[in-house]
Design a protein around this ligand. Structure first.
Ligand SMILES: Nc1ncnc2c1ncn2[C@@H]1O[C@H](COP(=O)(O)OP(=O)(O)OP(=O)(O)O)[C@@H](O)[C@H]1O
Ligand SMILES: [Mg+2]
Length: 298
């Protein structure tokens, strides 16, 4: 099994998680990788960005989503198959004359309800919360992790907050990218997120400890904003402390219209370089190299 699992997460909402998943997935695919994007967010943002409303609507109606899979498997006790719920070749973006090799395991709007229902159902059967987490973790290891034999990277777009699926993905991933806007409130939430997952005391630790420290990726960076400058200095100091709770990536994603527009539906099929323009060499290639370096243990 060679593929790597990358979770993009933060307890805070609206800090560029989905934008990062789309950019990184497309950049890795343009680099020649086969990439699966798994949507763990009931907002289904990355699903609609990649598949478009029509195809996603069809997939939800036919139960071809992660939520339907989880409901059948863990609540109804059936034996659903995950593979037909993955849609290949979802990207409209082309590179060197061919569509990017992107596949999608979509979420639907009821994912949160399914996660909650699962907890009610299993606690009703006198399962402890610990046992429920173990069931989810087992499902993740039995059904999702083996997909790493087929894909070079599996990217998880996590929901804001710490949902059961987010918690499992973050603990099972080879790399967790915590996206954060460099301002006071976004980084305040960052501390709470890192404390909750990475620094919980052994007695209260979840089923498995994350594989490595979280890697903070600064997003929507505005060099000219004083609050961003001072927050960057603080993050750099915190990341270089001996007991640092996170690693700070060198690449910073700037605030840029082209990056937020990259997520909008398009009529035509854009090229990768047309879509991201100068950000390909300025941000995306350095980000891919940095992520590959971390995963190699460099
Ligand atoms: N680098 C950027 N430059 C400009 N706008 C951006 C950038 N990154 C994200 N945005 C915008 O910020 C908003 C939130 O981004 P995004 O949806 O990626 O965040 P999120 O963390 O996934 O949110 P949620 O917590 O709701 O899932 C969107 O409107 C997006 O277009
Ligand atoms: Mg999102």
């Amino acid at each position: 099994m060679t593929g790597k699992l990358i979770a993009v997460a933060n307890m805070k909402g609206g800090v560029g998680k989905t934008t990062t998943v789309v950019m990184l997935a497309e950049a890795l695919a343009a680099d020649g990788a086969h990439v699966l994007v798994a949507d763990l967010d009931p907002q289904a943002s990355v699903s609609v960005c990649l598949a478009g409303e029509e195809i996603l609507g069809e997939m939800i109606a036919k139960g071809r989503t992660l939520e339907a899979y989880l409901a059948l498997k863990l609540i109804r006790g059936e034996k659903p198959i995950l593979a037909p719920r993955i849609r290949g070749n979802v990207s409209l973006t082309t590179h060197r004359g061919a569509p990017l090799a992107l596949s999608l395991l979509p979420a639907g709007p009821y994912l949160r309800l399914v996660e909650r229902e699962l907890i009610y159902e299993l606690t009703g059967k006198k399962f402890s919360m610990h046992a429920i987490e173990e069931q989810l973790l087992r499902m993740f290891h039995d059904d999702i992790v083996p997909l790493a034999a087929t894909y070079d990277y599996i990217l998880f777009d996590c929901a804001p907050g710490i949902s059961p699926m987010t918690e499992i993905a973050v603990r099972a991933a080879d790399l967790v990218l915590v996206t954060s806007i460099p301002d006071y409130l976004s980084t305040y939430g960052l501390d709470a997120f890192v404390q909750t997952i990475w620094r919980s005391s052994p007695k209260r630790r979840g089923p498995i400890a994350p594989k490595r420290l979280p890697h903070v990726l600064v997003t929507r960076y505005q060099q000219q904003v004083r609050q961003h400058q001072s927050t960057m200095l603080r993050l750099e100091a915190e990341a270089s402390a001996a007991d640092a709770g996170f690693v700070l990536l060198r690449t910073r994603i700037p605030q840029a219209a082209a990056l937020s527009e990259a997520l909008m539906p398009r009529e035509a099929t854009p090229t990768f370089s047309g879509k991201y323009g100068p950000h390909v060499s300025g941000i995306l290639i350095p980000l891919v190299e940095e992520v590959k370096g971390v995963l190699r243990g460099a």
